[in-house]
Write a protein that binds this ligand. Structure first.
Ligand code: ADP
Length: 211
């Protein structure tokens, strides 16, 4: 089973991906996480990527596809988080999966009001060590600066500030929203509103049980 999570910035894709991947034994594949792992290398390529990401724009399709290609090919199935983000990426994913006799089974479109997305973004704190994600408004760690799980210092992503959020949101509207029609036309799209984590996960589970 291969699932795509499609959503505006900070709509809860990462959280849902984690829950779904555990329940259905799928491999989570987040292009945002793959890119942030490259940034940690600190080489010339990482400087180029960081500049684009910190400005809220998209990385070029060829680079993203090379990252994804490296990961594809397990026999478990994937939960794609933050990919595809353009029609071109979606077409390329389709071709890649077809070449290995596989396909996308469902696209879950997670909706959330823009104000909620913004608050989730500016309040988000992540643990660089165990990757646990907190939010200082909705899901506080015991100590605002320290990870409850492993005691590491929490960090705020460079792109989790209001100005970059607005740019990311505009990029989403322009580049990624067309995928909603694209997958609707293929009969794969299911819409879920993310108000409450448990409720949203229950709705997604119901959709996946019907595949
Ligand atoms: P969010 O969904 O909250 O915006 P992500 O972690 O998915 O965060 O992405 C962070 C940034 O990484 C994006 O703003 C973009 O610059 C880059 N990025 C991630 N995935 C892709 C992709 N599939 N195509 C192009 N750029 C991407």
């Amino acid at each position: 089973m291969n699932i795509i999570l499609l959503a505006p910035p900070a709509a809860g894709k990462g959280t849902m991906s984690e829950l779904i991947s555990k329940k259905y034994d799928l491999e989570p594949l987040s292009t945002g996480d793959l890119l942030r792992a490259v940034l940690n290398k600190g080489d010339e390529e990482s400087v180029r990527l960081k500049k684009i990401m910190d400005s809220g724009q998209l990385i070029d399709d060829d680079y993203i596809l090379s990252l994804v290609k490296e990961k594809l090919g397990n026999n478990k199935g994937y939960i794609f988080d933050g990919f595809p983000r353009t029609i071109n990426q979606a077409d390329a994913l389709d071709t890649l999966l077809t070449s290995i006799n596989d396909k996308i089974d469902k696209v879950i479109y997670i909706t959330v009001p823009k104000e909620v997305s913004l608050k989730r973004t500016i309040g988000r704190r992540v643990c660089p060590n165990c990757k646990k994600v907190y939010n200082i408004y909705f899901n506080k760690p015991k100590n605002e600066k320290i990870c409850d799980e492993c005691g590491s210092n929490l960090i705020k992503r460079n792109d989790d500030v209001e100005e970059v959020f607005n740019k990311r949101y505009d990029t989403y509207l322009k580049e990624t929203m067309p995928l909603i029609e694209y997958y609707k036309n293929k009969g794969l799209l299911e819409e879920v509103e993310n108000i409450d984590k448990e409720e949203t996960f229950a709705q997604i589970t119901k959709i996946l049980e019907e595949i």
